[in-house]
Design a protein around this ligand. Structure first.
Ligand code: BTN
Length: 230
């Protein structure tokens, strides 16, 4: 990463990173709090102090589609280095512990630039009503994490996975071992409706494969899948 910009509070790290697109340099923006954090589908992202909020401005070429998984694998590896176990990817964008979300990933494309945002619930001790499906490292693992050090470690791990991806060396098997629910029933929601079936992996072109209830194998690419429920 050419530059890392660190803030205590910002509106959204996505917007700060986006402003640097005209300079054409890859950089990271890290904040300890956001006033207007956003998630996918225009949902707000709960961003109090105690979380880690990070956006990467990248010019990824043909690896653009892989960025959510690159980021997810990088986050999991960084957390594994901090002795956190039992994390898995809800394909393609969320990281869960059990069935609760601990990290969300948002990739926003602006021509050839992608701003990839990552929100990790680190030391957050409680969530407002209505967020029962969400958890934090503190709540799950009962200890406090050093947020700046964790931010640096997440960046390092993502950079490693990203350079492998750019070199064509990030393979579906590198991600699929972290993906939850292979062999289990799932519903995939797309803009055209939802399909129930059994997930059985990722193919060589990174499409998710689902066997539907009639036994037909369907391929889903990133653009199509909005959400998967187990
Ligand atoms: C989601 O699960 O809906 C994606 C959440 C992405 C949140 C992160 S926090 C850092 C970056 N800045 C934002 O405003 N959003 C992303």
């Amino acid at each position: 990463m050419d530059r890392i910009l660190r803030f205590k509070v910002v509106s959204s790290t996505q917007d700060v990173a986006r402003r640097f697109i005209p300079r054409r340099t890859e950089l990271a923006v890290i904040a300890l709090q956001q006033r207007k954090g956003r998630g996918r589908h225009r949902r707000p992202w709960h961003s109090p102090a105690g979380g880690l909020y990070l956006s990467l401005l990248l010019f990824p070429g043909s690896t653009a589609q892989l960025l959510p998984l690159v980021a997810a694998v990088g986050v999991i590896r960084a957390l594994e280095r901090s002795r956190v176990r039992g994390l898995h990817i809800l394909w393609p964008n969320d990281i869960l512990v059990g069935d609760k979300k601990i990290c969300g990933i948002l990739a926003e494309q602006h021509q050839d630039a992608v701003v990839c945002g990552i929100g990790i619930n680190v030391n957050i001790k409680r969530f407002p009503a209505g967020m029962e499906h969400v958890t934090s490292l503190w709540l799950e693992f009962g200890r406090k994490f050093a947020i700046p050090a964790l931010g640096d470690s997440v960046l390092r791990e993502i950079e490693t996975v990203y350079s492998r991806a750019r070199a064509g060396k990030f393979l579906p098997s590198d991600a699929s071992r972290y993906i939850t629910g292979i062999g289990e029933p799932a519903t995939i929601m797309t803009q055209r409706g939802s399909v129930a079936g059994t997930v059985f992996g990722i193919d060589d072109d990174w499409a998710l494969l689902l066997r539907d209830e009639a036994g037909v194998i369907r391929r889903y690419t990133y653009g199509q899948v909005r959400r998967m429920q187990w």
